[in-house]
Design a protein around this ligand. Structure first.
Ligand code: UN1
Length: 505
Protein backbone atom coordinates (compact mmCIF):
# COMPACT_ATOMS: atom_id res chain seq x y z
CA UNK A 1 0.00 0.00 0.00
CA UNK A 2 1.28 3.45 -0.87
CA UNK A 3 2.37 5.62 2.05
CA UNK A 4 0.00 8.46 1.25
CA UNK A 5 -3.00 6.13 1.54
CA UNK A 6 -1.93 5.08 5.03
CA UNK A 7 -1.14 8.63 6.04
CA UNK A 8 -4.68 9.66 5.07
CA UNK A 9 -6.26 6.86 7.11
CA UNK A 10 -7.42 4.84 4.10
CA UNK A 11 -7.42 1.06 4.12
CA UNK A 12 -8.18 -1.80 1.74
CA UNK A 13 -11.90 -1.60 2.46
CA UNK A 14 -13.44 1.73 3.49
CA UNK A 15 -16.89 2.82 4.50
CA UNK A 16 -18.23 5.41 2.11
CA UNK A 17 -20.87 6.69 4.50
CA UNK A 18 -20.27 9.11 7.31
CA UNK A 19 -22.81 10.88 9.49
CA UNK A 20 -21.52 11.71 12.99
CA UNK A 21 -18.97 8.92 12.56
CA UNK A 22 -18.54 6.25 9.91
CA UNK A 23 -21.36 3.84 9.22
CA UNK A 24 -19.50 0.57 9.62
CA UNK A 25 -21.41 -1.63 7.24
CA UNK A 26 -23.29 0.43 4.68
CA UNK A 27 -25.74 -1.66 2.70
CA UNK A 28 -25.01 -0.61 -0.89
CA UNK A 29 -22.85 -2.37 -3.49
CA UNK A 30 -19.12 -2.55 -3.07
CA UNK A 31 -17.23 -0.12 -5.30
CA UNK A 32 -13.61 -0.46 -6.38
CA UNK A 33 -11.53 2.61 -7.05
CA UNK A 34 -8.96 2.15 -9.81
CA UNK A 35 -6.05 4.39 -10.59
CA UNK A 36 -6.24 5.67 -14.17
CA UNK A 37 -2.43 5.64 -14.17
CA UNK A 38 -2.11 1.84 -14.29
CA UNK A 39 -5.75 0.65 -14.18
CA UNK A 40 -4.97 -1.21 -10.93
CA UNK A 41 -7.33 -1.12 -7.94
CA UNK A 42 -6.46 1.30 -5.12
CA UNK A 43 -9.10 0.39 -2.58
CA UNK A 44 -12.64 -0.79 -2.01
CA UNK A 45 -15.54 1.29 -0.79
CA UNK A 46 -18.77 0.17 0.82
CA UNK A 47 -21.46 2.37 -0.68
CA UNK A 48 -24.71 3.67 0.76
CA UNK A 49 -28.07 2.14 0.12
CA UNK A 50 -31.36 3.97 0.59
CA UNK A 51 -31.48 3.37 4.36
CA UNK A 52 -27.96 4.69 4.77
CA UNK A 53 -28.97 7.78 2.84
CA UNK A 54 -31.95 8.31 5.15
CA UNK A 55 -29.67 8.07 8.18
CA UNK A 56 -27.21 10.59 6.76
CA UNK A 57 -29.91 13.07 5.85
CA UNK A 58 -31.50 12.70 9.30
CA UNK A 59 -28.17 13.62 10.89
CA UNK A 60 -27.67 16.61 8.58
CA UNK A 61 -31.20 17.81 9.29
CA UNK A 62 -30.93 17.42 13.08
CA UNK A 63 -27.48 18.98 13.25
CA UNK A 64 -28.74 22.02 11.34
CA UNK A 65 -30.95 22.93 14.32
CA UNK A 66 -27.90 23.52 16.50
CA UNK A 67 -25.31 24.55 13.91
CA UNK A 68 -27.43 27.46 12.64
CA UNK A 69 -27.36 28.97 16.14
CA UNK A 70 -23.56 28.83 16.50
CA UNK A 71 -22.29 32.40 15.93
CA UNK A 72 -20.91 32.76 12.43
CA UNK A 73 -17.41 33.87 13.58
CA UNK A 74 -17.25 30.74 15.75
CA UNK A 75 -18.19 28.66 12.71
CA UNK A 76 -15.40 30.52 10.93
CA UNK A 77 -12.94 29.50 13.63
CA UNK A 78 -13.81 25.85 13.02
CA UNK A 79 -13.36 26.32 9.27
CA UNK A 80 -9.98 27.91 10.04
CA UNK A 81 -9.01 24.64 11.71
CA UNK A 82 -10.19 22.79 8.59
CA UNK A 83 -7.80 24.95 6.57
CA UNK A 84 -4.97 24.05 8.97
CA UNK A 85 -5.75 20.34 8.62
CA UNK A 86 -5.71 20.64 4.83
CA UNK A 87 -2.35 22.44 5.07
CA UNK A 88 -0.96 19.59 7.18
CA UNK A 89 -2.07 16.96 4.67
CA UNK A 90 -1.43 18.92 1.48
CA UNK A 91 1.25 16.55 0.26
CA UNK A 92 -0.45 13.16 0.77
CA UNK A 93 -3.83 14.51 -0.29
CA UNK A 94 -2.26 16.00 -3.42
CA UNK A 95 -0.65 12.60 -4.11
CA UNK A 96 -3.95 10.79 -3.64
CA UNK A 97 -5.71 13.20 -6.01
CA UNK A 98 -2.98 12.54 -8.58
CA UNK A 99 -3.21 8.81 -8.17
CA UNK A 100 -6.97 8.44 -8.10
CA UNK A 101 -7.87 11.17 -10.62
CA UNK A 102 -4.72 11.21 -12.76
CA UNK A 103 -3.77 14.89 -12.70
CA UNK A 104 -0.09 15.70 -12.28
CA UNK A 105 1.22 16.26 -8.76
CA UNK A 106 1.61 20.02 -8.96
CA UNK A 107 -2.04 20.20 -9.98
CA UNK A 108 -3.01 17.68 -7.27
CA UNK A 109 -1.27 19.83 -4.66
CA UNK A 110 -2.66 22.94 -6.36
CA UNK A 111 -6.11 21.53 -5.86
CA UNK A 112 -5.50 21.13 -2.12
CA UNK A 113 -4.17 24.70 -2.12
CA UNK A 114 -7.44 25.79 -3.73
CA UNK A 115 -9.29 24.12 -0.84
CA UNK A 116 -7.01 25.89 1.67
CA UNK A 117 -7.59 29.22 -0.07
CA UNK A 118 -11.35 28.89 0.07
CA UNK A 119 -11.15 27.91 3.75
CA UNK A 120 -9.18 31.12 4.42
CA UNK A 121 -11.69 33.11 2.39
CA UNK A 122 -14.57 31.58 4.34
CA UNK A 123 -12.94 32.42 7.68
CA UNK A 124 -12.91 36.12 6.76
CA UNK A 125 -16.38 35.85 5.31
CA UNK A 126 -17.70 34.49 8.60
CA UNK A 127 -17.43 38.04 9.95
CA UNK A 128 -18.81 39.66 6.80
CA UNK A 129 -22.18 38.07 6.08
CA UNK A 130 -23.57 41.54 5.65
CA UNK A 131 -27.10 42.64 4.90
CA UNK A 132 -28.11 46.13 3.81
CA UNK A 133 -30.15 48.57 5.81
CA UNK A 134 -32.67 50.71 3.95
CA UNK A 135 -34.53 53.91 4.76
CA UNK A 136 -38.17 53.24 5.45
CA UNK A 137 -40.72 55.55 3.84
CA UNK A 138 -42.67 55.57 7.10
CA UNK A 139 -41.74 57.64 10.17
CA UNK A 140 -40.11 55.87 13.11
CA UNK A 141 -39.68 52.70 11.11
CA UNK A 142 -36.51 50.80 10.40
CA UNK A 143 -35.93 48.45 7.52
CA UNK A 144 -33.03 46.10 6.98
CA UNK A 145 -32.17 42.70 5.59
CA UNK A 146 -30.42 39.84 7.27
CA UNK A 147 -29.06 36.54 6.06
CA UNK A 148 -29.92 33.31 7.82
CA UNK A 149 -28.60 29.79 7.30
CA UNK A 150 -30.48 27.85 4.64
CA UNK A 151 -30.60 24.25 5.84
CA UNK A 152 -29.04 20.87 5.12
CA UNK A 153 -27.73 21.23 1.58
CA UNK A 154 -26.67 18.64 -1.01
CA UNK A 155 -23.27 18.83 -2.72
CA UNK A 156 -22.67 16.69 -5.81
CA UNK A 157 -19.15 16.79 -7.20
CA UNK A 158 -17.39 15.50 -10.30
CA UNK A 159 -14.23 13.38 -10.55
CA UNK A 160 -12.05 16.11 -12.06
CA UNK A 161 -11.81 18.33 -8.97
CA UNK A 162 -12.55 15.78 -6.26
CA UNK A 163 -11.49 18.02 -3.36
CA UNK A 164 -11.48 21.70 -4.42
CA UNK A 165 -15.04 21.90 -5.71
CA UNK A 166 -16.34 20.25 -2.53
CA UNK A 167 -14.33 22.81 -0.55
CA UNK A 168 -15.75 25.76 -2.54
CA UNK A 169 -19.18 24.63 -1.41
CA UNK A 170 -18.46 23.13 1.99
CA UNK A 171 -16.27 25.86 3.48
CA UNK A 172 -18.73 28.58 2.45
CA UNK A 173 -21.81 26.58 3.48
CA UNK A 174 -20.26 25.82 6.88
CA UNK A 175 -19.65 29.47 7.79
CA UNK A 176 -23.12 30.30 6.48
CA UNK A 177 -24.54 27.87 9.06
CA UNK A 178 -25.64 25.09 6.72
CA UNK A 179 -25.03 21.42 7.26
CA UNK A 180 -24.36 19.27 4.22
CA UNK A 181 -24.49 15.89 2.57
CA UNK A 182 -21.77 15.31 0.01
CA UNK A 183 -22.23 12.84 -2.82
CA UNK A 184 -18.85 12.63 -4.56
CA UNK A 185 -18.16 11.07 -7.94
CA UNK A 186 -17.94 7.28 -7.84
CA UNK A 187 -14.72 7.66 -9.87
CA UNK A 188 -12.86 9.39 -7.02
CA UNK A 189 -14.42 8.13 -3.78
CA UNK A 190 -11.14 7.78 -1.87
CA UNK A 191 -10.38 11.49 -2.18
CA UNK A 192 -13.75 12.16 -0.56
CA UNK A 193 -13.20 9.62 2.21
CA UNK A 194 -9.75 11.08 2.96
CA UNK A 195 -11.21 14.58 3.22
CA UNK A 196 -14.01 13.30 5.44
CA UNK A 197 -11.39 11.89 7.84
CA UNK A 198 -9.90 15.39 8.12
CA UNK A 199 -13.35 16.90 8.72
CA UNK A 200 -14.14 14.32 11.39
CA UNK A 201 -11.00 15.12 13.37
CA UNK A 202 -11.71 18.84 13.40
CA UNK A 203 -15.41 18.49 14.12
CA UNK A 204 -14.85 15.98 16.91
CA UNK A 205 -12.33 18.26 18.58
CA UNK A 206 -14.94 21.04 18.47
CA UNK A 207 -17.80 18.80 19.51
CA UNK A 208 -19.88 19.55 16.45
CA UNK A 209 -19.96 16.43 14.29
CA UNK A 210 -22.78 16.09 11.79
CA UNK A 211 -22.07 19.29 9.85
CA UNK A 212 -20.04 17.61 7.07
CA UNK A 213 -21.58 14.30 5.98
CA UNK A 214 -20.64 11.91 3.22
CA UNK A 215 -22.60 9.46 1.14
CA UNK A 216 -20.82 7.52 -1.58
CA UNK A 217 -23.46 5.81 -3.67
CA UNK A 218 -25.06 5.38 -7.02
CA UNK A 219 -26.60 8.34 -8.78
CA UNK A 220 -29.63 6.27 -9.65
CA UNK A 221 -30.43 5.53 -5.99
CA UNK A 222 -28.70 7.88 -3.55
CA UNK A 223 -28.35 10.74 -6.06
CA UNK A 224 -32.04 10.60 -6.95
CA UNK A 225 -33.05 10.55 -3.28
CA UNK A 226 -30.89 13.59 -2.59
CA UNK A 227 -32.10 15.75 -5.47
CA UNK A 228 -35.75 14.90 -4.77
CA UNK A 229 -35.54 15.33 -0.99
CA UNK A 230 -37.90 18.08 0.14
CA UNK A 231 -35.73 18.78 3.19
CA UNK A 232 -32.83 19.96 1.01
CA UNK A 233 -33.22 23.64 0.07
CA UNK A 234 -30.15 23.79 -2.16
CA UNK A 235 -28.46 21.29 -4.43
CA UNK A 236 -25.07 22.43 -5.63
CA UNK A 237 -23.92 20.21 -8.47
CA UNK A 238 -20.95 20.04 -10.79
CA UNK A 239 -20.98 17.78 -13.83
CA UNK A 240 -22.20 17.39 -17.39
CA UNK A 241 -25.03 19.40 -18.94
CA UNK A 242 -26.96 16.14 -19.19
CA UNK A 243 -26.69 15.50 -15.46
CA UNK A 244 -27.41 19.15 -14.67
CA UNK A 245 -30.61 19.11 -16.66
CA UNK A 246 -31.83 16.11 -14.65
CA UNK A 247 -30.97 17.84 -11.37
CA UNK A 248 -32.35 21.21 -12.44
CA UNK A 249 -35.67 19.64 -13.35
CA UNK A 250 -35.97 17.65 -10.13
CA UNK A 251 -35.10 20.63 -7.96
CA UNK A 252 -37.36 23.00 -9.92
CA UNK A 253 -40.25 20.59 -9.49
CA UNK A 254 -40.08 21.07 -5.74
CA UNK A 255 -39.33 24.82 -6.15
CA UNK A 256 -35.97 24.66 -4.41
CA UNK A 257 -32.64 26.11 -5.41
CA UNK A 258 -30.10 24.50 -7.73
CA UNK A 259 -26.59 25.82 -8.15
CA UNK A 260 -25.35 24.25 -11.36
CA UNK A 261 -21.80 24.28 -12.66
CA UNK A 262 -21.98 22.29 -15.87
CA UNK A 263 -20.11 21.83 -19.12
CA UNK A 264 -17.98 24.40 -20.87
CA UNK A 265 -16.78 24.79 -24.44
CA UNK A 266 -14.14 27.35 -23.71
CA UNK A 267 -12.24 29.31 -26.32
CA UNK A 268 -9.13 31.44 -26.63
CA UNK A 269 -8.80 34.20 -29.22
CA UNK A 270 -5.25 35.15 -30.23
CA UNK A 271 -4.96 38.59 -31.82
CA UNK A 272 -2.03 39.48 -34.11
CA UNK A 273 -0.69 41.98 -31.55
CA UNK A 274 -0.52 39.39 -28.73
CA UNK A 275 2.70 38.47 -26.98
CA UNK A 276 3.06 35.03 -28.53
CA UNK A 277 5.43 33.84 -25.80
CA UNK A 278 2.62 34.38 -23.31
CA UNK A 279 -0.17 33.10 -25.57
CA UNK A 280 1.55 29.82 -26.47
CA UNK A 281 1.93 28.37 -22.96
CA UNK A 282 -1.48 29.86 -22.11
CA UNK A 283 -3.12 27.82 -24.83
CA UNK A 284 -1.06 24.69 -24.09
CA UNK A 285 -1.84 24.70 -20.37
CA UNK A 286 -5.52 25.41 -21.06
CA UNK A 287 -5.89 22.58 -23.55
CA UNK A 288 -3.48 19.92 -22.26
CA UNK A 289 -3.43 20.65 -18.50
CA UNK A 290 -5.39 18.04 -16.48
CA UNK A 291 -5.52 16.13 -19.81
CA UNK A 292 -8.31 18.44 -20.94
CA UNK A 293 -10.53 17.29 -18.08
CA UNK A 294 -11.33 20.65 -16.50
CA UNK A 295 -14.66 22.23 -17.13
CA UNK A 296 -12.51 25.28 -17.92
CA UNK A 297 -10.19 23.45 -20.36
CA UNK A 298 -9.56 25.21 -23.65
CA UNK A 299 -11.39 23.37 -26.41
CA UNK A 300 -11.42 25.94 -29.23
CA UNK A 301 -8.68 28.26 -30.44
CA UNK A 302 -9.34 31.22 -32.74
CA UNK A 303 -6.22 32.50 -34.48
CA UNK A 304 -6.04 35.65 -36.56
CA UNK A 305 -5.22 34.58 -40.12
CA UNK A 306 -1.99 36.61 -40.15
CA UNK A 307 -0.47 34.55 -37.33
CA UNK A 308 -2.39 31.30 -37.69
CA UNK A 309 0.19 29.25 -39.53
CA UNK A 310 3.18 30.17 -37.41
CA UNK A 311 1.28 29.85 -34.14
CA UNK A 312 -0.15 26.47 -35.11
CA UNK A 313 3.29 25.17 -36.09
CA UNK A 314 4.77 26.28 -32.79
CA UNK A 315 1.87 24.73 -30.89
CA UNK A 316 2.17 21.40 -32.72
CA UNK A 317 5.87 21.34 -31.87
CA UNK A 318 5.16 22.11 -28.22
CA UNK A 319 2.51 19.37 -28.07
CA UNK A 320 4.94 16.81 -29.43
CA UNK A 321 7.37 17.42 -26.60
CA UNK A 322 4.91 17.37 -23.69
CA UNK A 323 6.11 14.74 -21.19
CA UNK A 324 3.33 12.23 -20.47
CA UNK A 325 3.42 9.52 -17.84
CA UNK A 326 3.21 8.88 -14.12
CA UNK A 327 1.57 12.01 -12.69
CA UNK A 328 3.54 11.62 -9.46
CA UNK A 329 6.85 12.03 -11.32
CA UNK A 330 8.24 15.55 -11.07
CA UNK A 331 8.56 16.39 -14.76
CA UNK A 332 5.31 14.90 -16.05
CA UNK A 333 2.91 17.42 -17.57
CA UNK A 334 0.28 15.06 -18.95
CA UNK A 335 -1.41 12.30 -16.99
CA UNK A 336 -4.09 9.85 -18.10
CA UNK A 337 -7.80 10.26 -18.77
CA UNK A 338 -10.00 9.02 -15.97
CA UNK A 339 -11.12 5.69 -17.44
CA UNK A 340 -11.82 3.60 -20.52
CA UNK A 341 -15.12 5.41 -21.08
CA UNK A 342 -13.27 8.70 -21.39
CA UNK A 343 -10.83 7.20 -23.91
CA UNK A 344 -13.78 5.86 -25.91
CA UNK A 345 -15.48 9.26 -25.84
CA UNK A 346 -12.32 10.90 -27.17
CA UNK A 347 -11.92 8.34 -29.93
CA UNK A 348 -15.60 8.71 -30.90
CA UNK A 349 -15.18 12.50 -31.10
CA UNK A 350 -12.14 12.07 -33.34
CA UNK A 351 -14.07 9.67 -35.56
CA UNK A 352 -16.65 12.40 -36.00
CA UNK A 353 -13.88 14.95 -36.66
CA UNK A 354 -12.65 12.81 -39.55
CA UNK A 355 -16.17 12.22 -40.85
CA UNK A 356 -16.78 15.96 -40.88
CA UNK A 357 -13.56 16.71 -42.72
CA UNK A 358 -11.45 18.02 -39.82
CA UNK A 359 -7.70 17.56 -40.10
CA UNK A 360 -5.79 16.07 -37.18
CA UNK A 361 -2.50 17.99 -37.02
CA UNK A 362 -0.98 16.07 -34.14
CA UNK A 363 -2.01 13.33 -31.70
CA UNK A 364 -5.26 11.45 -32.14
CA UNK A 365 -4.29 8.09 -30.65
CA UNK A 366 -4.29 6.19 -27.42
CA UNK A 367 -0.77 5.72 -26.05
CA UNK A 368 0.77 2.28 -25.93
CA UNK A 369 1.10 1.89 -22.18
CA UNK A 370 -0.84 0.80 -19.12
CA UNK A 371 -3.56 3.14 -17.94
CA UNK A 372 -5.73 5.52 -19.92
CA UNK A 373 -3.20 7.74 -21.66
CA UNK A 374 -4.01 9.56 -24.88
CA UNK A 375 -2.04 11.84 -27.16
CA UNK A 376 -2.86 15.52 -26.85
CA UNK A 377 -4.54 16.39 -30.11
CA UNK A 378 -4.87 19.44 -32.34
CA UNK A 379 -7.53 19.54 -35.03
CA UNK A 380 -7.77 22.06 -37.84
CA UNK A 381 -11.51 22.68 -37.79
CA UNK A 382 -14.33 24.67 -39.36
CA UNK A 383 -17.04 26.39 -37.34
CA UNK A 384 -19.82 24.51 -39.15
CA UNK A 385 -18.57 21.13 -37.84
CA UNK A 386 -21.11 19.70 -35.37
CA UNK A 387 -18.52 18.10 -33.10
CA UNK A 388 -17.03 21.49 -32.14
CA UNK A 389 -20.32 22.31 -30.44
CA UNK A 390 -19.79 19.46 -27.97
CA UNK A 391 -17.69 19.29 -24.82
CA UNK A 392 -15.46 16.21 -25.03
CA UNK A 393 -13.63 15.75 -21.73
CA UNK A 394 -10.24 15.06 -23.32
CA UNK A 395 -7.23 16.96 -24.70
CA UNK A 396 -8.66 17.84 -28.13
CA UNK A 397 -8.13 21.40 -29.34
CA UNK A 398 -10.07 22.68 -32.37
CA UNK A 399 -8.24 25.45 -34.23
CA UNK A 400 -9.99 28.04 -36.42
CA UNK A 401 -8.84 31.08 -38.38
CA UNK A 402 -10.58 34.44 -38.38
CA UNK A 403 -10.27 37.79 -40.13
CA UNK A 404 -11.44 40.31 -37.58
CA UNK A 405 -12.18 40.38 -33.87
CA UNK A 406 -15.96 40.78 -34.22
CA UNK A 407 -16.06 37.58 -36.22
CA UNK A 408 -13.88 35.78 -33.66
CA UNK A 409 -16.10 36.89 -30.75
CA UNK A 410 -19.23 35.80 -32.63
CA UNK A 411 -17.69 32.37 -33.27
CA UNK A 412 -16.53 31.99 -29.69
CA UNK A 413 -20.06 32.83 -28.46
CA UNK A 414 -21.64 30.54 -31.04
CA UNK A 415 -21.94 27.49 -28.80
CA UNK A 416 -24.54 26.38 -26.25
CA UNK A 417 -22.16 26.54 -23.29
CA UNK A 418 -20.84 29.72 -21.64
CA UNK A 419 -18.24 29.03 -18.96
CA UNK A 420 -14.80 30.48 -19.70
CA UNK A 421 -13.16 32.55 -22.42
CA UNK A 422 -9.90 34.40 -23.07
CA UNK A 423 -8.27 36.82 -25.42
CA UNK A 424 -4.55 37.30 -25.88
CA UNK A 425 -3.82 40.83 -27.06
CA UNK A 426 -1.70 43.84 -26.19
CA UNK A 427 -4.37 46.15 -27.54
CA UNK A 428 -6.46 48.01 -24.98
CA UNK A 429 -9.25 48.42 -27.50
CA UNK A 430 -9.36 44.73 -28.38
CA UNK A 431 -9.35 43.70 -24.72
CA UNK A 432 -12.14 46.13 -23.83
CA UNK A 433 -14.23 45.02 -26.81
CA UNK A 434 -13.88 41.41 -25.66
CA UNK A 435 -14.93 42.35 -22.11
CA UNK A 436 -17.81 44.64 -23.16
CA UNK A 437 -21.51 43.75 -23.09
CA UNK A 438 -21.27 42.74 -26.75
CA UNK A 439 -18.08 40.76 -26.13
CA UNK A 440 -17.68 37.36 -24.49
CA UNK A 441 -20.96 35.87 -23.22
CA UNK A 442 -19.23 33.64 -20.67
CA UNK A 443 -19.20 33.72 -16.87
CA UNK A 444 -15.40 34.02 -16.98
CA UNK A 445 -13.55 36.34 -19.39
CA UNK A 446 -9.77 36.67 -19.20
CA UNK A 447 -7.16 38.80 -20.92
CA UNK A 448 -3.69 37.35 -21.48
CA UNK A 449 -4.53 34.38 -19.25
CA UNK A 450 -5.85 31.02 -20.42
CA UNK A 451 -9.38 29.77 -19.79
CA UNK A 452 -8.56 27.52 -16.82
CA UNK A 453 -7.01 28.04 -13.43
CA UNK A 454 -9.40 30.60 -11.94
CA UNK A 455 -8.65 31.95 -8.47
CA UNK A 456 -11.14 31.30 -5.67
CA UNK A 457 -11.74 34.99 -4.93
CA UNK A 458 -14.07 35.47 -7.89
CA UNK A 459 -17.48 33.91 -8.39
CA UNK A 460 -16.99 30.80 -10.53
CA UNK A 461 -19.55 29.60 -13.06
CA UNK A 462 -21.06 30.23 -16.43
CA UNK A 463 -24.06 31.10 -18.54
CA UNK A 464 -26.31 29.31 -21.02
CA UNK A 465 -26.10 25.51 -20.73
CA UNK A 466 -23.30 25.85 -18.18
CA UNK A 467 -26.19 26.38 -15.78
CA UNK A 468 -25.89 29.92 -14.43
CA UNK A 469 -24.60 28.98 -10.96
CA UNK A 470 -21.82 30.81 -9.14
CA UNK A 471 -19.57 29.18 -6.55
CA UNK A 472 -16.51 30.08 -4.47
CA UNK A 473 -15.69 33.78 -3.94
CA UNK A 474 -17.26 37.22 -4.37
CA UNK A 475 -20.86 37.12 -3.11
CA UNK A 476 -21.57 33.48 -4.06
CA UNK A 477 -22.22 32.88 -0.34
CA UNK A 478 -25.66 34.44 -0.76
CA UNK A 479 -26.88 31.28 -2.49
CA UNK A 480 -26.14 29.32 0.67
CA UNK A 481 -28.29 31.54 2.89
CA UNK A 482 -31.83 32.85 2.96
CA UNK A 483 -32.45 36.58 2.88
CA UNK A 484 -34.96 38.09 5.23
CA UNK A 485 -36.26 41.65 4.89
CA UNK A 486 -37.26 43.06 8.26
CA UNK A 487 -39.31 46.20 8.92
CA UNK A 488 -39.72 47.45 12.49
CA UNK A 489 -42.22 50.04 13.65
CA UNK A 490 -41.19 51.91 16.79
CA UNK A 491 -43.90 54.62 16.52
CA UNK A 492 -47.21 54.73 18.42
CA UNK A 493 -49.07 54.76 15.06
CA UNK A 494 -49.66 52.22 12.30
CA UNK A 495 -48.97 54.12 9.08
CA UNK A 496 -49.36 51.91 6.00
CA UNK A 497 -46.94 51.92 3.10
CA UNK A 498 -47.87 53.55 -0.21
CA UNK A 499 -50.18 55.95 1.73
CA UNK A 500 -52.93 53.34 2.00
CA UNK A 501 -55.62 54.18 4.59
CA UNK A 502 -57.40 51.56 6.67
CA UNK A 503 -59.01 53.55 9.50
CA UNK A 504 -61.28 51.37 11.59
CA UNK A 505 -63.06 54.60 12.56
C1 UN1 B 1 -13.78 22.41 -12.74
O1 UN1 B 1 -13.16 22.00 -13.70
O2 UN1 B 1 -14.90 21.91 -12.43
O3 UN1 B 1 -10.58 27.34 -12.90
C2 UN1 B 1 -13.29 23.44 -11.80
C3 UN1 B 1 -10.13 26.19 -12.82
C4 UN1 B 1 -10.12 25.53 -11.46
C5 UN1 B 1 -11.44 24.93 -11.16
C6 UN1 B 1 -12.02 24.09 -12.24
N1 UN1 B 1 -9.77 26.51 -10.47
O4 UN1 B 1 -9.67 25.60 -13.78
Amino acid sequence: MRDFLKELGLSGVNSGVCAKGWVERPGGDELTSYSPVDAEPIGKILQANEEDYARVMDVATETFDTWRMVPAPRRGEIVRQMGEELRKYKRPLGQLISWEMGKVLSEGEGEVQEAIDIADFAVGLSRQLYGLSMHSERPQHRMYEQWHPLGPIGIITAFNFPVAVWAWNAMIAAVCGDTMVWKPSSKTPLCAIAVQHLCNRVMKANDCEGVFNLVVGRGSSVGELLINDGRVPLISATGSCHMGRRIGEAVAKRLSRALLELGGNNAIIVEPDANMDVALPGVAFGAVGTAGQRCTSTRRLFLHKSIAEEFTNRLVKAYESIPAGDPLEKDTLLGPLIDQGAVDDMMDALKQVRAEGGEILTGGKRMERKGFFVEPTIVKARPDMKIVQEETFAPILYVFEYENLDEAIAMQNGVRQGLSSSIFTDSFMGAEKFLSASGSDCGIANVNIGTSGAEIGGAFGGEKETGGGREAGSDSWKLYMRRQTCTLNWSPELPLAQGVKFDLD
